[in-house]
Unconditional design. Structure first.
Ligand SMILES: [Fe+2]
Length: 298
């Protein structure tokens, strides 16, 4: 959940050990003391968890389960119409519950036999290299909180719906899982911040906000689109550009709006060839070369 982290609420722990999630004033849950207490409790669970120990169970309220159910129900038909076929296969294989929020440990039990990917809890922002590098090991850092129930179809932050419905259904398919692992290996291979940020942008414009054409129709394969009730429906109206690693790696984005520019693959195979091929081979020199080329041609 690193990318959306620009809008992720900061999490702090006081000297007494109290964990606080600092929601912005315009967050839908900012004036709901019960919601704020829930967020603090879930963040504390993640902060207290030690790797190698059982994952902490989050006790969700009925209202939170309702949010999950409403969003899954709304996304169901949208996925059928607008998700790429590989995502739909992954979704079918994973078989997430749609009527209640699954615990991360349940998600892991479903994922493990499929691709070996495993979720671990994150309180909030995960540093770029840690988030990506872990993907190489099949580890996905995930928030556990749910968006505020007053606006179930909107979230300013990456919540468990984004992490599990968006990314999880992808990670259930070996073709996606391979791309995520390659992205992780790429992040660990490079030495410079510039190269890591370049990789993160390629990831953003592919595995978060990527679209592709299938049978002449625009279909979504990015988790950010696949978990967004509004944006998935607008994706085909974006300024769609051909897959171009150099341009993806330098393209700026504003996470507070729908993405005006999306990069569109010619089928999932082309995404694997170009994006997967890039992740498989990229090093610092290649990033420098790509940036030079795209700057010279601008
Ligand atoms: Fe994400």
């Amino acid at each position: 959940m690193f990318e959306e982290a620009q809008l992720s609420a900061p999490v702090t722990r006081s000297g007494e050990g109290d964990v606080t999630v600092h929601l912005s004033d315009n967050h839908p849950g900012a004036v709901d003391p019960e919601y704020r207490a829930r967020r603090n409790a879930l963040a504390a669970l993640a902060m207290e968890w030690q790797r190698g120990t059982p994952l902490p169970a989050a006790t969700y309220t009925d209202a939170e389960h309702d949010v999950w159910r409403i969003v899954c129900s709304e996304l169901h038909g949208l996925h059928e119409r607008l998700a790429c076929s590989v995502y739909l296969e992954g979704k079918q294989r994973l078989g997430l519950p749609e009527s209640r929020i699954p615990q991360l440990v349940e998600v892991n039990e479903l994922l493990r036999p499929l691709t070996g990917f495993q979720y671990v809890p994150a309180a909030g922002l995960v540093p770029l290299l840690e988030f990506y590098g872990s993907l190489a090991d099949g580890i996905f850092h995930s928030t556990q909180y749910v968006r505020h129930h007053s606006v179930p179809l909107y979230t300013p932050e990456p919540d468990v719906l984004h992490e599990v419905v968006g990314h999880g259904n992808c990670l259930a398919h070996d073709r996606f899982a391979r791309l995520y692992r390659l992205a992780g290996a790429a992040a660990r291979r490079v030495q410079t911040t510039e190269a890591l940020e370049f990789i993160s942008k390629v990831f953003w414009f592919s595995l978060e906000f990527g679209v592709l054409r299938e049978s002449g129709k625009v279909r979504c394969y990015g988790a950010g689109l696949l978990s967004s009730y509004g944006e998935i429906q607008q994706a085909a109206q974006a300024d769609l550009r051909p897959l171009d690693i150099a341009r993806m790696g330098v393209q700026t984005y504003d996470i507070t709006h729908y993405q005006p520019i999306l990069f569109c693959g010619d089928g999932f195979g082309q995404v694997e060839d170009l994006v997967g091929g890039f992740f498989a081979e990229v090093d610092d020199d290649q990033v420098q070369r790509l940036v030079r080329e795209v700057t010279a041609s601008a």
